[in-house]
Write a protein that binds this ligand. Structure first.
Ligand SMILES: Cc1cc2nc3c(=O)[nH]c(=O)nc-3n(C[C@H](O)[C@H](O)[C@H](O)COP(=O)(O)OP(=O)(O)OC[C@H]3O[C@@H](n4cnc5c(N)ncnc54)[C@H](O)[C@@H]3O)c2cc1C
Length: 378
C-alpha cells in the first residue's frame, strides 16, 4: 500500500499531525503498538497555542467542555520566602490555558481520523525502516510492509524511529522520579496552578475541576523511598506540610504512579524523508508542563509547512521543520535545566540568590509578561 506520510505513534502528537495532514488531502497511515485506542486518565496542561491548533483541527469544541481553564500560576520556594505569580489578567486574557484529560484529546483526535478514513494499524509494532531514496519502506512486526513518500516518528521517548534512523541524541537523567496521582478535595478549588519547590523536588497541584486536582511531585531519587513507603494518609500529610498553605481534607482518588524523569533532545529532527516529533524528538522535565505543548507545536509546524509549500520536496519541508523547532526546544531544555539545578541545590548562597530572583521577577511585570507569552506560545 502506498502512502504520502506514514506516522508511527497514535499518541496525541502523532494523531494531531496525522489529522492535520489528512485534512489537507494527503494519504496517511498511522501505526501503534497498543492493542486498543488509548484512553489515558492523565491530566495535562494545554497552553493557548495548543488549544488554537486543536481548534484548527476541529477537535477543541469537543474537548473544551470537560477541561478546566486556569487563570493564574503561583510558584514559591518552600525553603525560603521567594514567590512569583503569573496571571492571565496581566496580559489581558481570561486564562493562561486549560487542564485537559489526555484520554479526551485521544478520543476526539482518533474519531476524526476514523471519519476521514485514515488507515490506523493498532497492535502493530515498527520493526524496520528502509530508506530507498525516493521512498521509505516501513516493516511492521506482522511482516506487513508500508511504502510511503515520507515517515514521521511520533513514537514517544523510547522512539524506535529515532533509534533505527540513528538520530543523534543528548540525554541525561534528572535523578528524579515523578510521583503522580489524582486527589479529591472537600473544599471548592479555584482556577490556579500551584507549585511549591520543596526539599524533595518541585510539587505541583493542578485543578482538574472544582473538587479534584492532579499531583505531580518530582522527587529526588535519594528521597523517593521515604515518600513511596508512606501510605496514602501519611503521604497526604507530608504533601500538605511540604506544600505549605492551609490544610485541606484530601484523599487520593487514583493510585500513585511513579515515572523516571530524564532529559532528551535529538541533535536534529529530520533526515531526508524521515522526521521525528514530540517526545521522540525532545523530552523535558515536567515542572513547566510544556512537553505536550511543545510536541503539538512540532505537529503544527509540519502541518503548516505542508500547506505552505505543497509543490516542494518533503526533504525541504522536514529540513525547515527541524530548523524551526530545534532552537525552540533547545531553549526550553536549557530553561528547565536551570530551574532543576537552581532548585535542586541546597547551597545557602544559591538558596538566597533564587529567593531574591523570585522576589525580583515577581515585581517586574514586563519580565513576567514575557515569560507568560513564551510559555503560552511555545
Ligand atoms: C509526570 C508528567 C507530567 C506531564 N505534564 C505535562 C503537562 O501538564 N503539559 C504538557 O504539555 N506536557 C506534560 N508532560 C509531557 C507529556 O506527557 C508528553 O510530552 C506527551 O504526552 C508526549 O506525547 P507524544 O504523543 O509525543 O508521545 P506518547 O504519548 O508517548 O505517544 C507515543 C505513542 O507511540 C507508540 N509507540 C511507541 N513505540 C512504538 C513502536 N515501536 N511501534 C508502534 N507504536 C509505538 C506508543 O504506544 C504511544 O501510543 C508531562 C510528562 C510527565 C512525565
Amino acid at each position: 500500500m502506498n502512502y504520502d506520510v506514514v506516522i508511527i505513534g497514535v499518541g496525541v502528537v502523532g494523531s494531531a499531525v496525522a489529522l492535520g495532514l489528512a485534512q489537507q488531502g494527503h494519504k496517511i497511515a498511522i501505526v501503534d503498538k497498543s492493542s486498543v485506542p488509548p484512553n489515558s486518565p492523565r491530566h495535562l496542561s494545554v497552553n493557548k497555542k495548543s488549544s488554537a491548533f486543536l481548534d484548527l483541527l476541529g477537535v477543541w469544541d469537543a474537548v473544551k467542555p470537560s477541561s478546566m481553564p486556569y487563570s493564574r500560576i503561583q510558584a514559591w520556594d518552600r525553603e525560603g520566602t521567594g514567590k512569583v505569580e503569573f496571571s492571565a489578567q496581566d496580559i489581558g486574557e481570561n486564562n493562561l490555558g486549560f487542564i485537559v484529560k489526555e484520554g479526551d484529546l485521544q478520543k476526539y483526535l482518533i474519531s476524526s481520523l476514523e471519519q476521514l478514513g485514515v488507515d490506523i494499524f493498532w497492535s502493530k509494532e515498527l520493526i524496520n525502516i528502509s530508506d530507498k531514496g525516493d521512498l521509505v519502506e516501513i516493516i511492521l512486526d506482522d511482516g506487513k510492509k508500508l511504502i510511503s513518500s515520507s515517515l514521521l516518528g511520533a513514537d514517544g521517548i523510547s522512539s524506535k524511529v529515532r533509534e533505527l534512523c540513528n538520530f543523534q541524541i543528548k540525554s541525561w537523567s534528572y535523578d528524579q522520579q515523578a510521583i503522580v496521582g489524582q486527589i479529591d478535595s472537600d473544599e471548592k478549588l479555584d482556577d490556579v496552578i500551584r507549585q511549591s519547590f520543596t526539599k524533595y523536588g518541585p510539587l505541583a497541584l493542578l485543578p482538574i475541576n472544582s473538587s479534584q486536582m492532579t499531583m505531580i511531585w518530582s522527587v529526588d531519587n535519594k528521597s523517593l523511598k521515604d515518600l513511596s513507603e508512606l501510605d496514602d494518609d501519611l503521604f497526604l500529610e507530608k504533601l500538605q506540610l511540604e506544600f505549605g498553605g492551609k490544610t485541606r481534607n484530601l484523599k487520593f482518588s487514583s493510585q500513585r504512579f511513579t515515572f523516571p524523569l530524564k532529559h532528551l533532545t535529538a541533535v536534529g529532527f529530520a533526515k531526508g524523508r524521515i522526521a521525528i516529533l514530540g517526545d521522540a524528538a525532545h523530552h523535558v522535565h515536567p515542572l513547566a508542563g510544556l512537553g505536550l505543548n511543545s510536541g503539538l507545536g512540532d505537529a503544527e509546524s509540519i502541518v503548516k509547512l505542508f500547506s505552505k509549500y505543497p509543490a516542494i520536496k518533503v526533504e525541504t519541508i522536514f529540513k525547515q521543520y527541524s530548523n524551526e523547532r530545534l532552537p525552540i526546544n533547545i531553549g526550553l531544555a536549557a530553561a528547565m535545566e536551570l530551574f532543576k539545578r537552581g532548585f535542586g541545590n541546597q547551597n545557602i548562597w544559591l538558596k538566597t540568590v533564587r529567593n531574591l530572583t523570585f522576589k525580583f521577577v515577581d515585581n517586574q511585570q514586563e519580565i513576567k509578561n514575557t515569560f507568560v507569552k513564551l510559555a503560552t506560545t511555545l
